[in-house]
Write a protein that binds this ligand. Structure first.
Ligand code: 4NP
Length: 161
């Protein structure tokens, strides 16, 4: 099983959406027994909360049901997951700073590393903005999760994980 963890700040907008978009792609290709997804935040503020209702509303319009409950990233996640994927530069730098012995750097990615159109350098935080920010998050995630799935499939096919 290849395990993917999506990480943002609060774990109520971007990373739950990444998880849902990726799960849909995995379901379409019937790869549920080979790839699993989870998400976490770098802060504990929203721990135990469902996804942001605005994010949920935008996601469901595209067929993604956000069901995750927020949790904070913890160090055991470095061992548990094969891909640990940051939504923005700040999440990425936080993850690197938790990896005090520089042991897990090869597992830590930016979501946009998997972009096929390279329109964005990161997935921008939509929390304090308007509705278009939530649409942008979903646009970027649909592109980058497709790229991520190709990367995972290549590794699966070559027994690299
Ligand atoms: P997320 O969005 O990191 O995509 O879940 C945010 C959620 C909460 C806050 C900021 C961003 N906040 O400041 O509480």
């Amino acid at each position: 099983m290849i395990k993917i963890l999506f990480v943002c700040l609060g774990n109520i907008c971007r990373s739950p959406s990444g998880e849902a978009v990726m799960n849909e792609l995995i379901r379409r290709e019937n790869l549920q027994d080979k790839i699993s997804c989870d998400s976490a935040g770098t802060i504990a503020y929203h721990e135990g909360n469902p996804a942001d209702s605005r994010m949920k509303t935008h996601a469901i319009k595209r067929g993604y049901n956000l069901t995750s409950m927020a949790r904070k990233f913890n160090e055991a996640d470095f061992e548990k997951f094969d891909y640990i994927i940051a939504m923005d530069e700040s999440n990425y730098n936080d993850l690197l700073s938790y990896d005090i012995n520089n042991k897990y750097k090869s597992k830590i990615f930016m979501m946009t590393d998997f972009s096929t159109n390279n329109n964005f350098a990161e997935v921008p935080d939509p929390y304090y903005g308007g509705p278009e920010g939530f649409e942008t998050v979903l646009d970027i995630l649909e592109d980058t999760c497709a790229g991520l799935l190709e990367d995972v499939k290549t590794k699966l096919n070559n027994n690299l994980l």
